[in-house]
Design a protein around this ligand. Structure first.
Ligand SMILES: [Zn+2]
Length: 701
């Protein structure tokens, strides 16, 4: 199949993204993509029309995959390079990302919020340009000065202009539109046709924070912190998300919200009200995140800002960025430069670049990370990139390890920007008949045999030191106990201070004298650590349970649970002979599906966990947050979403609409007669009445 045909089929839903991703991994297709991605100077190697059409199709396919839960199989750098080549060849930057989902399509009211940005990769002439397709900031400045002159007849020196520099968050664009009190969340969508997906069903929990009383449009970058990305990746054994953006994409494009929604974080970027010609920077962005005001000519300040904010710190968590956005602030200049092809001419993105080189493989080492995950780390001969000596490169997981199929002495290509990345291209010399590097069969920490069929190989031994320490670290993180990192815990463990995991934290005060003699501790640090821990003896029920690191169950989930069911009752039900009773009790709570309920029930069933919990409860004072909140009876919807009018209608009748299944639902609403889904099956088996949306509306009147 040609790339063009693939793109066409994807757009027409005749090919699903997973199959397309697989097709891209075929050797012949992969070689072609490698070829395009590695062209260093498009001006010297102009493409034929056939090649140009092929490249356009490849970029189109990759864009669709990136916007699906499947993810793109190539690096961001390779993608950027191909995209910039198309721009250099006079093809407008592709913004018409087609979304492969069946969501309801809506049009944007504030179309200027949807655009993309011109990208530059080098801030000053001193930056050595490794890839000729990538532009200098000076080139953009010259172009905009010429545009200004063409429009006004006047000369301007943009370098003297004041600019605002902000991190370029690497997430998913989403827009909140408020009209007559109704809030709708929409994706960027297909810009050329102004068709976007309504994702209100996913983003609804965030509405109250940002909704304004008057009509407006707010542009967000929906993010997930690196810490939560790691957390989710450790919870899931069959899926591994390459980066936080991919998880956000998968969550937003899902037909129903799941626990991952708890981990989303919409960062407000711009705001516009009806009648305003240009959007303004959202005040919350300025308040909560680092920004820089300087002149455009202060290139070193901008560079420093970019380097310091590759990960933006916020509440002790980190957001990933891929550059900085530079906006000229003068409103007159903004108006004159204007907007073309969905791009604002008064702002530009400075994107981080990587350097690359070749080196030889010495071997692979295996590390056991915080949650017992076994990570292969490639060891290569020293190579210097961007001034740093690199000799160890993580391969993330077993899938990546297998893909590379390395032998001792093979040559690999190393890309380095923030973290080194290893890849293979046609220039890499491979050792003929070399000795193949094998994945370890036993946990390097505890020696337990590993299941190598997983993408994320994880030590199955619950008592494995790496897993024990991972749980302790997670506990400290969640309860915001400062001054404790993995290396601190590791030292404490080695010296026998954490034999029982989390509960040993509360025994540390008795070992103060020993701890302050340990390397890197000292009296002051020891005192601080112990004080921090002792301050956490009185905990709210949801904080405590949320900190235990139970797979898939966040603090927010426990907040929902304990508001409706006292934690003591949850523990009682877990002890009872029929654990199904606990599951049934939990699913009756709005927002708790069967999946979450089972995760908790299974956790509480394990004798080890029971014991740990019992011992911890003896140490701590737990504050119950059970509240007398009255709840409406629930009506569940499948395959359709209620309009605000529908919600009002249901509320008048004492019902509450929900996307999550409940065995106690009063009835199930389907979009039309004959609609099939797992919820329809459940409703039938439990004898819950099924109504179409139309029936429900008629009933209400
Ligand atoms: Zn182990």
């Amino acid at each position: 199949m040609t790339f063009e045909k693939m793109l066409q089929d994807l757009t027409l839903h005749a090919l699903d993204p997973q199959a397309a991703r697989q097709a891209l991994m075929e050797p012949e297709k992969r070689r072609k993509i490698q070829y395009y991605a590695n062209i260093q100077d498009i001006a010297k190697h102009p493409l034929s029309d056939a090649q140009l059409s092929e490249l356009t199709a490849i970029v189109g396919i990759l864009q669709i995959l990136e916007n699906s839960s499947v993810g793109s199989p190539i690096t961001d750098h390779a993608y950027d390079n191909m995209q910039e080549m198309l721009v250099s060849m006079g093809i407008p930057r592709l913004t018409g990302a087609v979304e492969i989902n069946d969501d309801i399509k809506v049009a944007h009211t504030y179309t200027t919020l949807r655009g993309t940005l011109t990208k530059v990769y080098y801030l000053s002439k001193e930056d050595q340009r490794v890839n000729k397709n990538r532009k200098y900031l000076d080139e953009w400045v010259e172009k905009m000065e010429a545009l200004y002159k063409a429009k006004t007849g006047l000369t301007i020196h943009l370098d003297e202009q004041e600019v605002l520099v902000q991190p370029k968050f690497d997430g998913v664009s989403c827009i909140l539109e408020v009209k007559d009190g109704v809030a709708t969340w929409i994706t960027r969508g297909d810009t050329s046709n102004n068709m976007a997906s309504d994702v209100t069903h996913i983003m609804r929990p965030f509405t109250d924070v940002f909704k304004e009383s008057r009509n407006c449009g707010i542009k967000f970058e929906v993010m997930m912190t690196e810490e939560n990305k790691d957390r989710i990746n450790t919870m899931l054994l069959d899926t591994h998300y390459k980066n936080s953006r991919q998880i956000v994409t998968a969550t937003i494009n899902a037909s129903e919200p799941d626990y991952k929604v708890d981990y989303l974080y919409p960062v407000p970027l711009r705001i516009i009200h009806p009648g305003e010609p240009v959007e303004r920077i959202h005040p919350m962005l300025m308040e909560q995140f680092p920004t820089l005001r300087c002149k455009l000519k202060d290139r070193e300040l901008i560079r420093k800002f970019g380097n310091e904010n590759r990960y933006v710190k916020h509440n002790n968590m980190r957001f990933r960025t891929d550059g900085a956005v530079i906006t000229i602030l003068d409103p007159d200049i903004q108006r004159i430069l204007g907007r073309e092809n969905d791009i604002n001419n008064f702002e530009v993105a400075y994107k981080f670049t990587e350097e690359s080189g070749y080196s030889k493989v010495k071997g692979v080492e295996f590390y056991v990370s915080e949650f017992g995950r076994v990570t292969p780390v490639l060891v290569i001969n020293d190579i210097i990139l961007k001034g740093n000596t690199i000799n160890h490169i993580t391969l993330s997981n077993k899938e990546r390890f297998d893909e590379l199929d390395l032998h001792y002495g093979d040559e690999v290509k190393v890309l380095y920007d923030i973290i080194p990345y290893v890849t293979l291209d046609e220039k890499c010399r491979r050792v003929p008949y070399g000795r193949k590097i094998e994945f370890v069969h036993h946990c390097p920490s505890c020696g337990t045999e590993l299941d190598l069929s997983q993408v994320e190989v994880q030590c199955p031994n619950p008592k494995c030191i790496s897993r024990v320490l991972g749980r302790v670290l997670n506990y400290c993180d969640t309860l915001r106990i400062q001054n404790i990192g993995y290396s601190t815990l590791d030292t404490l463990w080695v010296h026998g201070c954490l034999p029982k995991g989390i509960r040993s934290l509360y025994k540390l005060r008795k070992k103060k004298d020993l701890i302050q003699t340990l390397d890197g501790f000292g009296a002051l640090k020891t005192k601080k650590i112990i004080a921090e821990i002792e301050a956490k003896r009185r905990l709210k029920d949801y904080d405590f349970f949320g900190a235990l690191g139970i797979e898939g169950l966040s603090v927010k989930t426990f907040q929902t649970i304990f508001q409706e069911v006292p934690y003591t009752e949850v523990l009682e039900l877990a002890k009872s002979r029929n654990p199904e009773r606990l599951v049934q009790r939990l699913v009756s709570i709005r927002g708790i599906g069967e999946g979450k309920a089972r995760l908790l029930a299974n956790y509480l069933k394990e004798p080890e966990n029971k014991k740990e919990l019992q011992k911890l409860l003896e140490e701590l004072t737990i504050v119950s947050t059970y509240g007398a909140k009255t709840t409406r009876e629930r009506v569940v919807l499948t395959g359709c979403r209620p309009t605000d009018e529908d919600v009002r209608l249901l509320e008048e009748q004492g019902y509450e609409a929900s996307d999550s299944w409940s065995n106690k639902a009063k009835f199930l609403i389907i979009p039309h007669e004959g609609y099939e889904s797992s919820k329809v099956g459940k409703a039938q088996s439990l004898g819950i009445p099924i109504l179409t949306l139309q029936d429900m509306r008629k009933r209400g009147r």
